[in-house]
Design a protein around this ligand. Structure first.
Ligand code: NAP
Ligand code: GLV
Length: 323
């Protein structure tokens, strides 16, 4: 009987599916395992279902002599040392596709909230009441319709973000390392080098994975290229943006606003961002709808069952570890 260690509370049906497949399951009944608990409990595990906030590194693999598969509950795998996984012969899987549309919805919710100052307006109304309709209100926003959207990383989520822009009759620009002719045609999107995209866009949405190449992709120089009236949305990973530089640009009015679902040192949020009214902050909830989280759990569990029964899993991240 193989042992599956799950680092977080998860839907009971996901755990039931693992048990039905004949596996022993260890999972906290609430909350999540600490690093120390994870390192302790991994010793006897054949499979690990983990969160993108769990660091899965050499130290963990060295403590896990039986481990065959790590199923990450998320599409981004920057929390996992993939070379170490492959060296230890451990297969890594993730949960792409099922969360694409949900995350694109959140990118748009953030974009709209920042453009129309929804959070500021809501909290002012609660704190001070509705002073009555005024022609020049304190929460004057900017239009979204007909303006220019720049998507950085035109992958699954980036494409879904760009597709939604059609309803707003926007001009769509994108930047990726490779041109995507089929998507360009389907989305009426135009590729530009990053610097040009930043200087031409009214809204920039970051949809790249976190890699050594994308760490601080948006730093002081890139922020200085953006229009003063522009809005930056980050649903990718926090370290893609130099948070201190962003806070300064927002404070000095060199950028109209930002909306962030992800942070450089999660769960910490840069203290300079907190008092700023021109930034919308959400606690990494891109894929957080019940139906999507159910699909993510299902996918992760099916990946574990596949690997433990000798079948190649659907969402193999390090195919070189599969033999
Ligand atoms: P994906 O389909 O792999 O798309 C990523 C895109 O980024 C690709 O089109 C890739 O194209 C481009 N890219 C990679 N490196 C680049 C670089 N250096 N410069 C410019 N473009 C680059 O991944 P996805 O499913 O859309 O997910 C993207 C990321 O979103 C995930 O890795 C995760 O970090 C994040 N995410 C966040 C949430 C949330 O809750 N906020 C939810 C889901 C995902 P090229 O290879 O052609 O460059
Ligand atoms: C969420 O951030 C994910 O990568 O799925």
């Amino acid at each position: 009987m193989a042992e599956v260690l799950v680092t977080t509370e998860v839907f009971p049906e996901a755990l039931a599916r693992l048990r039905e497949a004949g596996h022993r399951v260890r999972a906290p009944s609430e909350g999540r395992l600490s690093r120390a608990e994870l390192l302790d409990q991994i010793a006897t595990a054949d499979a690990l279902v983990c969160l993108l906030s769990d660091r899965v590194d050499e130290e963990l693999f060295s403590a896990a002599p039986r481990l065959k598969v790590v199923a990450n509950l998320g599409v981004g795998v920057d929390n996992i040392d993939l070379s170490a996984a492959t060296r230890h012969g451990v297969v890594v899987t993730n949960t792409p596709d099922v969360l694409t549309e949900t995350t694109a919805d959140l990118a748009w919710a953030l974009l709209m909230a920042a453009a129309r100052r929804i959070v500021e307006a809501d909290s002012d109304l609660r704190a001070h009441g509705f002073p009555g309709w005024t022609f020049i209100p304190p929460h004057m926003g900017v239009d979204v319709w007909g303006r220019t959207l720049g998507v950085v990383g035109l992958g699954r989520i980036g494409s879904a973000v760009a597709r939604r822009a059609r309803g707003f009759e926007m001009r769509v620009l994108y930047h990726s390392r490779t041109r995507k002719p089929a998507l360009e045609a389907a989305l009426s999107a135009r590729w530009l080098p990053l610097d040009e995209l930043l200087s031409e866009s009214d809204f920039v949405v970051l949809c790249v994975p976190l890699t050594p190449e994308t760490r601080h992709l948006i730093g002081p120089r890139e922020l200085s290229l953006m229009k003063e009236e522009a809005i930056l949305v980050n649903i990718a990973r926090g370290p893609v943006v130099d948070e201190a530089a962003l806070a300064l640009a927002l404070k000095e009015g060199r950028l109209r606003a930002a909306a962030l679902d992800v942070f450089e040192r999660e769960p910490e949020v840069h203290p300079e961002l907190i008092p700023l009214r021109n930034v919308v902050l959400t606690p990494h909830i891109g894929s957080a709808t019940l139906s999507t989280r159910r699909k993510m759990a299902e996918l992760a569990v099916e990946s574990v069952i596949s690997v433990l029964s000798g079948r190649r899993p659907e969402n193999l991240v390090n195919p070189e570890a599969w033999r």
